[in-house]
Design a protein around this ligand. Structure first.
Ligand code: SIN
Ligand code: MN
Length: 199
């Protein structure tokens, strides 16, 4: 099922169980090579999500701000973006240009992500593709500026969202997850992949 909320294209149930399980395997391999970490924010608080990346650069945050880093904080390179993720990007965006970064966020029990814009990229002409795996997450969609009325939708395992066009800089966040609502991840939690063209 395809829905559009405030310019975000939402493909509910796009990935079947086998595709979801295969992506979890891909994520596990990325996290073995580039372990998950909880970044510090410029506000001096650790993020509640754990994250790593695949691609030529990885999204990174520390006390000095948000950026894309050419290497994992451990010093090694980021693994390549898995083929199935690139295939999904090409299928749903129709673009010949592949993403530079696939950020992998893991939401454990109690993790959330405050309202923000994705604006650390050089150009906002490219969409952001977001894939949800595991426990359901309450995704809030706001406006082009902070504040105002918002709309929320539960993103479930296998749902894919394309945030592009006029909605590329729309504020969004994850209020909470429904821990234990999916059996995809043996220890529970939610994985979200976001692919972005960075340069
Ligand atoms: C993000 O905005 O980076 C993550 C969105 C999500 O977890 O669904
Ligand atoms: Mn975001």
């Amino acid at each position: 099922m395809r829905a559009n909320i405030r310019g975000f294209d939402i493909f509910k149930g796009h990935l079947d169980a086998a595709a979801q399980a295969a992506l979890v395997g891909d994520v596990r391999r990325v996290a073995e090579a580039a372990p998950m970490f909880s970044p510090d924010t410029p506000y001096g608080k650790k993020m509640s999500v754990r994250m790593t990346s695949a691609g030529s650069v990885g999204w990174y945050a520390d006390r000095s701000g948000y950026s894309y880093a050419p290497r994992h904080p451990g010093g090694g390179p980021w693994p390549p973006i898995p083929g199935a993720v690139l295939a999904l990007w090409r299928e749903l965006t129709g673009l010949a240009r592949d993403p530079d970064c696939c950020l992998i966020n893991y939401y454990g029990e109690g993790a959330r992500m405050g309202m923000h814009q994705d604006k650390d990229e050089a150009s906002f002409d490219w969409p952001v593709l977001s894939v949800s795996l595991g426990d359901a997450g309450l995704f809030r969609i706001g406006n082009a500026t902070r504040g105002g009325k918002t709309e929320s939708i539960w993103l479930e395992s296998g749902d894919v969202v394309v945030m592009g066009g006029a909605a590329r800089l729309t504020y969004h966040g994850v209020d909470r997850i429904r821990f234990g609502s999916s059996t995809l991840l043996p220890k529970g939690g939610r994985i979200n992949l976001t692919c972005r063209v960075v340069f």
